[in-house]
Ligand binder design. Structure first.
Ligand code: KIV
Ligand code: NA
Length: 264
């Protein structure tokens, strides 16, 4: 069993093999996803919503992220482990270094941060100090109050061009992966083609280098509502391992997402 590294994921993009990602927050689920062959596991700050029942991700703390990252790492042998930096834990570069270091020490192999231009110095600084960074553009849930709700981003021409420029700037600053959330299929395709780092989509159509789902959504057990871009695989299979394996198979074969789970 060969460990998945950032080099593995970049090679997968180059070879056109789709990358499968799922969130996990504890050792048991992480182990199950790892055993089914998931390429990467994200300790998402979505845990604020699916574990804690909050309305958004803003109440999540760095201590909680460290705790869950440690748990996920214990259950993971093969998959690449990415941890979210929570709301306002990367407001300054100093805070960014301290908090990213805590997540890495807890077992993450990469940290993820939401934002574009304002983040470039932090992305460059972390990368230079040996901490790989995943960007996150489009619907960035930590900015929900600024965005006026959880809604599709980049539908207007100018917004779309801005997003492409920010994605390229993140890559130039050293980011080694990018998550695109809730953007039209065509925009996600353009970003994926423009970048040489893997682009992982959620509600971003079928043309990204990989897909990520929140585990509670793909098992149909989310406390709140089920997003349009997700799919309840447990309902289709009746067994968690089979559900995870079908998600992986559908992503690898380009059968998920379809238009039904995408935005135009
Ligand atoms: O927190 C999370 O689960 C995420 C994914 C939806 C990408 O950031
Ligand atoms: Na997140």
């Amino acid at each position: 069993m060969k460990k998945v590294t950032i080099s593995t994921l970049i090679k997968m993009k180059q070879q056109g093999e789709r990358i499968t990602v799922i969130t996990a927050y504890d050792a048991s689920f992480a182990k199950l996803f790892d055993e089914q062959g998931m390429d990467a596991i994200l300790i998402g700050d979505s845990l604020g919503m699916v574990l804690m029942g909050e309305d958004d991700t803003l109440p999540v703390t760095i201590e909680q992220m460290v705790y869950h990252t440690r748990s996920v790492k214990k259950g993971t042998q093969r998959a690449f482990v990415i941890a979210d930096m929570p709301f306002m834990s990367y407001a300054t570069t100093e805070q960014t270094y301290t908090n990213a270091a805590r997540l890495m020490a807890a077992g993450a192999s990469m940290v993820k941060m939401e934002g574009g231009d304002w983040l470039l110095d932090s992305v460059r600084g972390l990368t230079e100090r040996g901490i790989p960074v995943c960007g996150h553009l489009g619907l960035t849930p930590q900015s929900v109050h600024k965005l006026g709700g959880f809604r599709v981003q980049g539908r207007e021409q100018q917004q779309a061009e801005d997003l492409i420029n920010q994605a390229m700037a993140l890559e130039n600053a050293g980011a080694q992966m990018l998550v695109l959330e809730c953007v039209p299929t065509e925009l996600a395709r353009r970003v994926t083609e423009a970048l040489s780092i893997p682009v992982i989509g959620i509600g971003a159509g079928p043309d990204t280098d990989g897909q990520v789902l929140v585990m509670h959504d793909m098992l149909g057990v989310s406390a709140n509502y089920m997003p349009k871009f997700s799919k309840n695989y447990l309902a289709l299979c009746g067994d968690i391992r089979k559900a995870v394996s079908l998600y992986i198979e559908e992503v690898k074969q380009g059968k998920f997402p379809t238009d039904e789970q995408s935005f135009s």
